[in-house]
Design a protein around this ligand. Structure first.
Ligand SMILES: [Zn+2]
Length: 465
């Protein structure tokens, strides 16, 4: 061989794309949350990134080729309301459960910082086998904190005055939380100082509306998101000012109740009264404030409807407990079967109100994120997010809008929208390949053929036969 021939041979080898470490998903129907449905598309992945979305086939050989004919590709999903710390045993299995169900990112909304940070570190070190994890650390609560560890796990930190709130918030920010969560027993002054420090540090604050406050004030102070639509109704009622005055009096806690019982007493006294005495104009005024301030909503309909409607007693739910570790599955099944069959009318009214409010807020252009509260309320990690999507559609969102709440919306919330949550070139390859079209029926998000996390492919992770 002449030098010229050798040179030509080398040139040939390099020019015909010898990098066969690309993955190809061929001829798939792509559902992008922004651009919608595009049919018969090729998607190429290299390492952890999507490098091509289009009609061409760019290589001779690929590390792996997946036939996407007749299938649908959506971005990996977020569950934006989970609690690893609620069941520390189950927490070990939660990352796997999430990934199996295509939940490639989660937002943990409350628990011990060190515990959560250790899981987050594992996720950072092993991005292909863990969901992405964002943490708030503990709920920041007031003098009579609700989750004080008595009957429920200690998810919160008690701060007895403004100074203490300030110290705790600064500490959490120094430790590196991704956002903060304000809780129900804070005083207005404590809430205000929390918001001020968060703003200085450009950190999102989510939470429940403190019972000592009203939703308009909290939203105007910069609350970025509201969990469970918690305590909105108290300021939407015909007697809103009187209710607030009564709450402030009860919060003085003259009978020295525990935080949990004090909150329970206030909720019992006011919540159902409020939804039965709604002021339509005032409700609309609140929606306008939330839309204007961009106060996101995480309605977590599943934590209301699944326990309240006793959906967890259905054969469908019990059958899906099989995904849990054996001990947890047996424990949950026992507890579910021994729980009451009776649906409480007040609770049912409240759950219905949450869904109605979700629909109305959506009509006002308020943004949503899909979240569950798993593993509370026998909500199965991973599986429950799909139930939440179904309940969002049942409440009045379109299938595509529901998919947005678990993909591009959380990306926007964490300012990651340029790298995560769409099926586009240079986006992180967190994807779910589905056997059926979720735009026809949102339940089809459970028809999982493969999950891709950070470029790693898991074929048939739910072991569907
Ligand atoms: Zn929660």
């Amino acid at each position: 061989m002449t030098n010229k021939q050798i040179f030509f041979l080398i040139f040939l080898i390099f020019s015909c794309d010898i990098s066969n470490d690309k993955i190809l998903i061929q001829n798939v129907n792509v559902i992008d949350p922004i651009d919608g449905l595009k049919k018969n598309i090729n998607v190429e992945i290299l390492d952890n990134k999507i490098i091509y979305v289009g009609n061409l086939k760019n290589s001779y050989s690929y590390l792996k080729e997946i036939d996407g004919t007749g299938k649908y590709l959506i971005p990996g999903l977020w569950d934006t309301h989970v609690h690893f710390y609620f069941d520390q045993e189950l927490a070990k299995d939660m990352p796997d459960l999430f990934l199996q169900f295509g939940i490639t990112s989660v937002r943990d909304t409350g628990g011990d910082f060190e515990f959560l940070d250790s899981i987050k570190k594992l996720s950072k070190e092993n991005p292909k086998s863990y969901p992405r994890i964002k943490i708030s650390g503990p709920l920041i609560d007031g003098k009579f904190n609700v989750y004080n560890g008595e009957r429920l796990p200690n998810l919160s930190v008690k701060t007895i005055n403004i100074k203490e709130t300030e110290i705790i918030v600064n500490e959490l920010i120094d430790k590196g939380v991704d956002f903060l969560k304000a809780y129900e027993m804070l005083s207005p002054e404590q809430f205000e100082v929390l918001m001020k420090i968060a703003k200085e540090n450009r950190l999102n604050v989510t939470g429940h509306i403190p019972l000592s406050m009203d939703i308009e004030t909290a939203s105007n102070l910069g609350l970025n998101s509201l969990e469970h639509i918690k305590n909105l109704e108290l300021w939407a009622s015909t007697n809103k000012s009187k209710l607030l005055e009564e709450r402030r009096e009860m919060l003085e806690n003259k009978n020295n109740l525990s935080g949990l019982n004090l909150r329970g007493m206030i909720h019992n006294a006011q919540k159902n009264y409020a939804i039965n005495n709604l002021d339509k104009n005032q409700t609309e005024k609140i929606y306008k404030v939330l839309a204007k301030n961009n106060t996101w909503q995480i309605p977590t309909i599943s934590i209301y409807k699944v326990p309240i409607y006793k959906i967890f007693k259905s054969k469908y739910w019990i059958r899906n407990l099989k995904y849990l570790p054996k001990e947890t599955a047996e424990n949950w099944e026992k507890r579910i079967k021994s729980s009451s069959d009776k649906i409480n009318q007040n609770e049912k009214d409240f759950s219905d109100w949450v869904q109605k409010t979700t629909r109305e807020m959506h009509e006002y252009g308020i943004k949503f994120m899909a979240g569950t509260d798993t593993p509370l309320g026998f909500l199965i990690p991973g599986f429950s997010l799909h139930v939440e999507l179904e309940l969002l559609v049942e409440s009045g969102l379109s299938e595509l809008d529901a998919i947005k709440t678990a993909t591009i919306n959380p990306s926007k919330y964490f300012k990651m929208q340029d790298s995560l949550g769409q099926i586009k070139k240079n986006y992180i390859a967190d994807l779910i390949l589905l056997n059926s079209n979720p735009l026809d029926d949102i339940k089809n998000t459970l028809e999982i053929s493969a999950v891709i996390k950070n470029g790693e492919i898991y074929i048939n992770p739910l072991k569907i036969e």
